[in-house]
Design a protein. Structure first.
Lengths: 246, 317
């Protein structure tokens, strides 16, 4: 029988016989299209628990698959393959291989929180996306995404100084993510920024890049934060069955 | 519902508040800081900047550790209460505003957030912030209720002369809903699906609000550099929708949105050859100019999106 929703099934799972006669009836082509039988045997029974052990993934078990997250998703509107409801389903079913097909786009969640606002079950899908992206990286399925590189640089500055200086974040990020700083649009932006700017503001900006803005009396908070993060990261690795790297 | 007594009470409460500018307003969003302070001064609203404030965690720290983000925001609230002796903190940056609200929610509802905040606060040697002690408000609330809309009408000199404005609120001012329990309460409370405080204030200042469907769309700010192609697409949607609605200016209330729109307006032209002419201006800059402050006083020259000549042409400055 013809499959009407053929576009929803991956081509490798569809078989069509160009020449087939059954009981004297010609069923060649579309009339003999079959979906291949698929047996999923490689479940990762721990997948849901592993994601739940990552920050943001705590409430994944609440999902009842209504699809409000995908329906409201900013990124889904630009790329239909970005499908939070489906990924949550796969994680809860333990279908790791299927999930890994989308490993290179899950990090693209822009944290607009439309899903978390829309979710009737308080799954906080935005957090689940972040948890899943981090799980991918910790398990070695993907290298650190640009998003993670940015988060790391930003957080390091906050922990070290108490504050960030946005020019320095930009510079560090472009360097660490291997992008040239002298791109046409960045150059144009800086040109437009400098034009019409009073000399005092320019001096202030220059000052900030040399003398990083700092929060006074920050050292004790810094140490306590570092200590806490080290504990949490060790616990996360343990939950994923990974050796804690000292 | 807001009663008259609530109104009078809020007016008194917001007259002098703790001010939390945050990292962006000290850096790339200096025009927002400048115009916020200038408008406050003009209206006789007093700002007490929190001493030694720290970053709220922005959109990044939570991805490393959510409880640290809560702690960072709680420290700001603790300082507002114990060092600045204020029970209201005003944050013009949507990110800061959002995170302080989020911390408030988490400290009220999540045991782990409370435990971690208490542990680190003790080690860091300051008072642990307790949820409910300080009220966090946005610059929009501050002007709308601290000065009053009726009173603002009398303050407008020259005004915005029918300037067609699309008010753009972004994500963090309204989402997720549960961290803003005071919104969607009817009366003059803010709506999370159709926010209107900025529209209201700019209408009083003489602007014409255009019908703009992407008020709370996402500009991709969290990935403005790490996934710039996506951000450019999202920003272009916003710019084009505003132009289609007839807007000459997009008014902003968030430094991340504002610089995102400015940056990707340029990037869309360079990379996709998509040209848009709509100007990007902080709502406090528009309010300030409507009250007769000069473009320099509200930092208009320091915006990347150049609107100095345009405002002059419109007779606004």
């Amino acid at each position: 029988m013809a499959i009407h929703e053929k576009s929803l099934i991956r081509p490798e799972n569809i078989t069509t016989h160009d020449n087939l006669i059954i009981d004297g009836i010609d069923v060649s082509g579309d009339w003999s299209t079959f979906i291949r039988t698929r047996v999923v045997s490689d479940y990762n029974e721990d997948l849901e628990e592993e994601i739940a052990a990552m920050p943001g993934g705590e409430y994944i078990h609440r999902c009842w698959q209504c699809g409000s997250c995908t329906n409201s998703c900013t990124v889904n509107a630009e790329n239909p393959d970005f499908n939070p409801r489906y990924w949550i389903y796969l994680i809860r079913m333990g279908m790791e291989d299927e999930l890994l097909r989308d490993k290179d786009i899950i990090w693209q969640c822009v944290s607009c929180n439309k899903c978390t606002s829309a979710c009737p079950r308080d799954v906080e899908p935005e957090g689940v996306m972040k948890a899943t992206a981090h799980w991918m990286e910790l398990k070695g399925h993907t290298p650190p995404s640009n998003s993670t590189i940015f988060d790391d640089i930003f957080t390091e500055q906050v922990i070290k100084y108490g504050r960030i200086e946005d020019g320095e974040v930009l510079k560090d990020f472009m360097k660490k993510s291997g992008q040239p700083l002298m791109q046409d649009w960045i150059v144009q932006m800086v040109k437009q920024m400098i034009k019409g700017l009073p000399v005092m503001s320019l001096m202030k900006m220059g000052w900030a890049t040399i003398f990083h803005p700092k929060t006074k009396n920050w050292a004790k908070a810094r140490d306590a934060i570092n200590e806490h993060i080290a504990e949490e990261h060790a616990a996360q690795k343990k939950a994923l069955g990974l050796e804690s790297v000292e | 519902m807001t009663t008259l007594i609530d109104k009078i009470d809020r007016k008194k409460k917001y007259k002098k508040v703790a001010y939390y500018p945050g990292c962006a307003l000290e850096g790339s969003a200096q025009p927002y800081d400048k115009s916020t302070r200038a408008v406050g001064k003009e209206l006789g609203l007093e700002l007490v900047e929190i001493k030694d404030w720290n970053c709220c965690g922005a959109m990044e720290v939570k991805n490393i550790d959510p409880e640290i983000q809560t702690y960072l925001s709680s420290r700001v609230l603790s300082d507002a209460q114990h060092k600045s002796k204020q029970d209201v903190v005003m944050a013009p940056c949507n990110g800061c505003y959002h995170n302080l609200k989020k911390a408030e929610y988490d400290l009220e509802n999540k045991d782990k957030s409370r435990a971690v905040t208490e542990k680190i606060s003790k080690k860091a040697g300051h008072e642990t912030y307790k949820s409910g002690d300080v009220e966090t408000i946005h610059a929009l609330d501050w002007i709308k209720f601290g000065y009053g809309e009726e009173e603002l009408k009398a303050k407008i000199k020259g005004g915005l002369k029918g300037l067609k404005v699309a008010s753009y609120y972004g994500c963090m001012y309204t989402r997720p809903r549960h961290i803003f329990p005071e919104k969607d309460q009817g009366g003059d409370s803010e709506s999370t699906s159709k926010p209107h405080y900025m529209d209201d204030l700019l209408a009083i200042a003489g602007a014409e609000n255009v019908e703009f469907p992407l008020k709370t769309a996402c500009c991709g700010g969290a990935h403005t550099l790490s996934d710039s192609d996506m951000s450019t697409k999202l920003v272009l949607n916003i710019l084009e929708a505003a132009e289609a609605a007839g807007a000459e200016v997009i008014a902003t209330e968030c430094p991340t949105c504002h610089s995102g729109l400015e940056m990707h307006q340029i990037r869309a032209l360079k990379r996709l050859s998509k040209n848009t002419n709509v100007k990007v201006v902080y709502f406090t800059q528009l309010l300030g100019m409507a009250m007769g402050l000069s473009p320099r006083k509200v930092g208009l020259h320091a915006n990347i999106s150049d609107s100095v000549g345009f405002m002059k042409q419109k007779g606004i400055t």
